[in-house]
Design a protein around this ligand. Structure first.
Ligand code: ADP
Ligand code: MG
Length: 758
């Protein structure tokens, strides 16, 4: 193989998976499905696609596909493999939800699991592929699980039709029984090849006591101590979320400052913010006499053809919710005196971080410094950072939890699993013997669950059920899931889809049991097919389907795009890092609040609430050319705005594919909606979020003070509230619909719009 550099070649030869090439390829030749287990860093992701390539699996018309649960991994692994093989990115390519570099010459294609699922919808037999590798199967992401279920059927079908295809499932842990001992999935259990990692010994140091309160403080102290006392070698710190990561980075940088011949990343484009805003705001809010009604049976979506865009989990990368407020930088408590004599090169790493920033961790640190990467669990298995000798593990992970009945979600920091803790520790022993500092006691470790639960058992599944129905899998309960979602979750999903009109209500029979059983096989409707072709959750897909009326489509697309992308606004409750920063932050808060008020509009627009703020932000940002400068100045997350822009384009194409006569296009100079359109938009939003309705409890009905300013929802006994940051906080309309309820200090509704009382 012609590799690009001797160093890469040499590094490659050291990878444990290389010793198993023959065993792996023989198993692949003789079996339709093979499972490969090997420690993170043993070379699975980078090498196995090359084995298949060299064995000729991409020499005919078929190509090799590799799925990753995380976008970060799909992009960076495709680059790495292209480099190792000395092939251009037209040949070793990637495709993720919003972008890709796949060409007709592509032979090896890295993609997110959602992208492949979408391709199965277009071609159930996946005829473009001669081999599929499902990577990181241990993560048990929902789409990965579904893909394995589908492929367990597709592979035998392909063989029967004389177009054989290979399936490889790769996992970083040995726990693969859900795949191998599941006869519903694979009638003949696939062979498991275990790659012995040449792992150097990692010494585990448990804490005597387990800090329950200030574990980030403990992490800080430990990292400082390692840096001051221990021999050279990179430090990798595991924390639970983005805010924690940034806070620790700040503290460490302050303690061990490192200055380079600094050229702060210049902002590329000029955007005259105020001018753009002024123009955008120059809305002629026309007065009209009669208000239009949205015809709830008039869908712009009558399926002609499937949309041609990929899709990805709307939920995922859980650790990166920006909403954790409780990170105390407590300067009184054990802050270090700045010591510039031993500079520490501190880098953050988490999913929502810009790719250029992520790429930094792979490069050697500046001479004379020690590398310290502060990461969420993206660094646990997806990416291997070179040169790590010390791991500091807080032992916790942030996960999103859903209430099965109410759908209320909350991010909670919980103990991680033993398997995850061991993965984290393993990161210290890739290049030489290492050390892992666990900031909890061995007794606490003993109480961790052995493995993390599969995601599919922990979240609502309406999007999956719709996708599966679109694949004509009517009896979803019978699907060969590696781990099945609960019956309740499946029933709830079918009910929601029936209420949205995506599935046909089954004929009613007498007993409840029968109804429930029947619900699980509701057939998909034409509207449901159209909705399935839109790469967004069913509630939003319904809004798109109604969007063509009253020329609302461009607004519906923009709002749906904004609702789908997480955390578009800078968190105004973010704590200040220092006194100095604090006064600046107060000013900034005031200015950004002002800006959001501007986006919320006046008069009728106000009733569209937070969705109007989103629409205003998207409009203004596009108007200004979507520059980093505009985003920075106006408290918008640049990466989110870029995603929204891509998603707008993608949704526009999807709508046009379903309904060409609509002729939707993305207008970068979109004017704000008229009063009439706002009215229609609210009806459309209600049609999608109808099951997310809340009514303010009237003053005279309040018996318990906890209900003051509270809202009542159909499914909950407890009050829910409008967050002070919401555009509707002051108005407190009688009826609202919400995007979701998040439990933080209270139950808060997010993404609100006011609803007309009829
Ligand atoms: P696995 O999939 O088994 O976890 P990988 O194939 O991802 O292993 O990684 C194998 C090795 O390749 C790792 O030791 C890592 O250091 C190296 N590597 C992977 N990606 C990069 C990269 N972008 N830059 C430098 N080294 C890399
Ligand atoms: Mg890997």
């Amino acid at each position: 193989l012609d590799t690009s550099s001797p160093e890469i070649q040499e590094a490659r030869l050291k990878l444990p998976v290389l010793a198993e090439e023959q065993v792996i390829m023989e198993a692949v030749r003789e079996n339709p499905c093979v499972v490969i287990c090997g420690e993170t860093g043993s070379g699975k992701t980078t090498q196995v696609p090359q084995f298949l390539y060299e064995a000729g699996y991409a020499s005919g018309s078929g190509i090799i596909g590799i799925t990753e649960p995380r976008r970060v991994a799909a992009v960076s692994m495709s680059h790495r493999v292209a480099k190792e093989m000395n092939l251009p990115t037209q040949v070793v390519s990637y495709q993720i939800r919003y972008e890709g570099n796949v060409t007709s010459d592509t032979k090896i294609k890295f993609m997110t699991d959602g992208v492949l699922l979408k391709e199965i919808q277009k071609d159930f037999l996946l005829q473009r592929y001669s081999a599929i590798i499902i990577d990181e199967a241990h993560e048990r992401s929902v789409y990965t699980d579904i893909l394995i279920g589908l492929l367990s059927r597709i592979v035998p079908l392909r063989n029967k039709k004389g177009m054989p295809m290979k399936l490889l499932v790769m996992s970083a842990t040995l726990r693969v029984e859900d795949f191998t001992d599941n006869t519903k999935l694979f009638r003949t259990p696939p062979p498991v090849i275990k790659v012995d990692a040449r792992q150097f010994p990692v010494t585990i140091h448990f804490n005597k006591r387990t800090p329950l309160e200030d574990y980030t403080g403990e992490v800080f102290q430990k990292t400082c101590k390692i840096h001051r006392m221990l021999p050279p070698g990179g430090i990798l710190v595991f924390l639970t979320g983005q805010a924690e990561v940034h806070s620790l980075c700040r503290r460490l940088r302050k303690a061990f400052p490192f200055r380079k011949g600094n050229t702060t990343t210049g902002v590329d484009e000029e955007a005259d913010t105020s001018e753009a805003m002024r123009k955008f705001k120059k809305a002629k809010q026309k007065k009209t006499v009669s208000l239009p009604r949205i015809d709830l049976d008039n869908y712009s979506a009558l399926p002609v053809d499937e949309g041609d865009e990929d899709r990805e989990a709307g939920i995922g990368d859980e650790e990166d919710d920006g909403s954790d407020l409780e990170i105390g930088d407590d300067p009184a408590n054990g802050e270090e005196k700045a010591d510039p004599s031993i500079p520490l090169y501190v880098l953050p790493l988490y999913s929502l971080l810009a790719p250029e920033q992520q790429a930094k961790v792979f490069r050697p640190p500046p001479p004379g410094t020690r590398l310290c990467v502060v990461a969420t669990n993206v660094a646990e298995t997806s990416l291997t950072i070179p040169g790590i000798k010390y791991v500091v593990d807080c032992g916790r992970v942030k996960k999103r939890f859903y209430d099965r009945v109410t759908g209320v979600s909350s991010f909670k920091v919980t103990w991680t699993s033993q398997a995850s803790a061991n993965q984290r520790a393993g990161r210290a022993g890739r290049t030489e013997p290492g050390h892992c500092y666990r900031l909890y006691s061995s007794a606490v470790f003993g109480d961790f669950s052995l493995f993390s639960e599969a995601e599919i058992t922990r979240r609502p599944v309406e999007d999956l059920v719709l996708q599966m129905k679109d694949l004509n899998i009517d009896k979803v309960v019978n699907f060969p899931f590696p781990t099945s979602p609960s019956a309740e979750a499946l029933v709830a999903a079918e009910q929601l889809l029936v209420s949205l009109g995506a599935l046909k209500e089954p004929p009613r029979t007498g007993r409840v049991k029968d109804i429930e059983r029947a619900r699980l096989s509701c057939p998909i409707t034409p509207l449901g097919r159209a909705m399935a072709s839109f790469p967004v959750a069913p509630r939003y897909a319904k809004m798109l389907a109604l969007g063509k009326q009253q020329d609302c489509l461009p607004y519906v697309i923009a709002v749906v795009a904004a609702m789908t992308v997480r955390e578009i606004f800078e968190d105004l409750d973010r704590p200040a890092g220092s006194e100095d920063e604090s006064s600046k932050l107060t000013q900034r808060r005031a200015r950004l609040t002002q800006m959001r008020r501007l986006w919320a509009g006046q008069g009728a627009s106000l009733l569209l609430g937070d969705l109007m703020v989103m629409l205003g932000a998207v409009g203004a940002c596009e108007f200004a050319g979507c520059t980093p400068k505009f985003c920075e100045e106006n408290g918008l997350r640049y990466k989110a705005m870029v995603e929204i822009r891509r998603l707008r384009g993608q949704l526009t194409n999807a709508v046009n594919a379903v309904c060409p006569e609509v002729g939707a296009f993305v207008n970068p100079k979109m004017t704000p909606p008229t009063e009439n359109q706002v009215f229609c938009l609210r009806q459309i939003v209600l049609a999608g979020l109808g099951d997310h309705l809340a009514r303010r409890v009237q003053a005279e009905d309040i018996l318990d003070p906890k209900w003051k300013n509270g809202y009542k929802t159909p499914l909950m006994d407890e009050p829910v509230f409008i967050h002070p940051s919401s555009a509707l906080f002051k108005t407190l309309p009688e009826f609202v619909v919400y995007q979701e309820i998040m439990e933080t200090t209270k139950m808060y509704m997010k993404g609100l719009s006011a609803v007309e009382a009829e």
